[in-house]
Design a binder for this molecule. Structure first.
Ligand SMILES: Cc1ncc(COP(=O)(O)O)c(C=O)c1O
Length: 370
């Protein structure tokens, strides 16, 4: 091979691309997917919508994805009881992309993004890729926030963007609306040059929250600097579709429209997402059963001497192991793939089908914990 000296940015040298191991094993519980493949009627509707979109594929798609915005607004109204005008919705290829748009619009050199760790491991990557300084403050021992310290951090760090995952990945813990409201209020005037810092509540797992835990969407009318992101990848069982979205003040959405690539959402994606949204009732019923499975798994872990962090998501963080890698590897030997992620000593398991969870429990009781 001829020599090639690439002018790669120094901060990217030697960095491995993000991604969990993709291993072909019988039980895959490592990336928080919905374990149920779409039902045949969903598949048929998506296929028909994609065929119709393909007939017009010589043209660029609707840049403003008007019909999809309407469909997402209707879904949010049913799911969380909050009316969001379609113009206050933004979408992209996964919620990863909409969050990157936020950093592209509001971050950048000389600016900071603040988050509370352990949290979703892609956040520092959005910061790196937009040349925004990443500032992380620790969560408490229960993986919740010390609200006083968090509010003080917002004032002291002066971030352009605050990223809060709720329910948080990998801990599964959700923030209360009172905590989010306090942070959104503290962020007013705390951004660069006295601007209102944008507070993002990443509700990728929002639909799995336990009863009585409200969505941050309910706070929108009082906090125009609040952005709530969602995805069709988890509860909606459409990780392969790549459709994430957010609800935000119109002025935030207008800023995101500036940084997006032209026609970033393909006509195929728009059509498939809209068709899938038409089946929201079936999918929401499935979410209820996954929540029940999650609660049962959490209780079972506790009964068998593990520490299971109370979860509002479709996964449970559990431990605590002196050598978590060994436990992970022994499970893998038994055909069960979970995730070695998060605080020392813990492992994260996604809620699968009842059969998958049975296989996981059996294997976990067989492996040596120390
Ligand atoms: C907290 C959190 N946010 C966002 C995402 C990204 O989801 P997607 O880009 O598939 O919408 C994930 C995926 O695992 C996640 O865990």
């Amino acid at each position: 091979m001829r020599g090639l000296r690439l002018p790669l940015r120094a901060d990217l040298a030697g960095i491995e691309p993000y991604g969990a191991p993709h291993l072909a094993v019988p039980v895959i519980l490592n990336v928080n997917e919905n374990p149920y493949a779409p039902a045949e009627d969903v598949v048929a509707d998506v296929a028909a919508a994609v065929a119709a979109a393909a007939r017009g594929a010589n043209r660029y798609p609707d840049r403003e994805f008007t019909a999809l915005r309407q469909g997402l607004a209707e879904y949010l109204a049913v799911e969380s009881g909050v009316e969001v005008p379609p113009g206050e919705i933004w979408a992209g290829n996964g919620s990863n992309e909409v969050m990157l748009h936020i950093l592209q619009a509001f971050g950048g050199p000389g600016r900071r993004v603040l988050s509370f760790t352990p949290t979703y491991s892609m956040y520092p990557e959005y910061a790196r890729d937009t040349l925004t300084e990443w500032v992380a403050r620790p969560r408490g021992a229960d993986f919740g926030l010390d609200l006083g310290a968090a509010v003080a951090a917002v004032r002291e760090v002066g971030p352009a963007v605050v990223l809060l995952a709720s329910p948080n990945n990998p801990t599964g813990t959700a923030l209360t609306t009172a905590e989010v409201a306090a942070l959104a209020a503290a962020a007013r005037g705390a951004g660069p040059d006295g601007t209102d810092a944008v507070v993002v509540v990443d509700e990728a797992y929002g639909e799995f929250r336990r009863q009585g835990v409200a969505s941050a969407l309910t706070l929108r009318s009082d906090h125009p600097n609040l952005v709530v992101t969602r995805t069709m990848s988890k509860a909606f069982a459409m990780a392969g579709l790549r459709l994430g979205y957010l609800a935000a003040d119109r002025r935030v959405v207008d800023a995101l429209r500036v940084v997006r690539l032209p026609y970033h959402l393909s006509a195929i994606t728009q059509a498939a997402a809209l068709a899938a949204l038409g089946h929201r009732e079936t999918l929401m019923a499935q979410v209820a059963s996954l929540r029940a499975e999650r609660d049962a798994l959490q209780a079972w872990l506790g009964e068998h001497g593990f520490t299971a962090v109370p979860s509002d998501a479709n996964f449970v963080l559990f431990g605590v192991f002196p050598d978590r890698h060994r436990v992970w590897a022994q499970l893998l030997e038994r055909g069960i793939l979970i995730r070695e992620v998060g605080p020392a000593g813990y492992l994260r398991v996604t809620v699968g089908t009842p059969e998958e969870i049975r296989a996981f429990r059996t294997a976990l009781l067989e492996v040596s914990r120390d």
